[in-house]
Design a protein around this ligand. Sequence first.
Ligand SMILES: [Zn+2]
Length: 355
Amino acid sequence: MNRSSLIPLPSIALLFVTLFTGCGQEPPPPSQAQPAAAPASAPQTAQNPTAPESAAPATDSDKWWSALPRAAWSDFRKVDTLNPWFEVYEIVDGVFAIYEPGQYEEVISYLITGSRSALLFDSGLGMGDIQSVVKQLTSKRVSVLNSHAHYDHVGGNHQFDTIVGMKHPFSLQRSLGTPNSELVQFVSGDWVWKTLPPRFVVSDYQTRPWEYSRWLRPGEAIDLGGVSLEVIHAPGHSPDSIVLLDRDRRLLFTGDTFYLAPLYAQLEESSFADYMATAAKLAALADEVDYLLMAHNTPLAESRYLVDLDQAFQAIALERAPFSLTEEGREYQFRGFSILTADPPEDNAPIIEAL
Ligand SMILES: [Zn+2]
């Protein structure tokens, strides 16, 4: 992955880099400070704060998966599936977390069901057959909506007929697909520890292209029948990031905008300024929701973290937050999460929005 983007470039030039050569894929695992070229040695341990520091020679206890299973999942009803690559839990009535703990991202997609139809909020890595899991969970018509277009959230899109989205150049570029050469590192070595899904071939792993069926209008609510979901643009981690608000049930699906691990504001497609504005916007929802449903590692966090996230960005902007230097920038540590930025943070300016 190309991480040279921390060097500011003229926005037009960078747009071409971003749109046509394919900017980096999803960053290294959300949960960690970095394995830029992938964990030949195990990924470092930010994903799992309790994991041992790297020691040589490495043993399984040094690996990222030594943090599994994560205790938080035991709070929820597990749904048996025929596909062992996925674990499925019912988080609230009719809302299923489809979790892929076998790969370092530990990505979580959500199937949200209503009385008439269902929405798959992210389609995972595309390593296993997520469509078969969805079919097991609902017989209703299913649409896919992505929290953003990083590879670990769109991998199963190609299996579905109906993809809705917010029209954005970043999503459109990713919908053309991402080749094996850019993604193979994420399914090799210590990035994967579980038995690979049936018929999965490392050398053929790619993001297959998908076509959008319909564009959502800004502020449009998705009505599934008794379940209404509001789409809120939340740029920062990526320019096309959205969050999904279930106002009636006081839930917010946060994608990669918030989870309890290092948050990525340092990618070439990230914008610190946008992320900060998003954090302020979401903090205003803290009293309107009870829980956040997150896209990595563990499913549920209290909504007070929205306030914490806003305060964290403000502290960074005011240079009142301590940080440590990483290979690609800074890491600011807060209670329950950290924020990775460029060095200094404001160097990572808006990219596509600037055009
Ligand atoms: Zn992402």
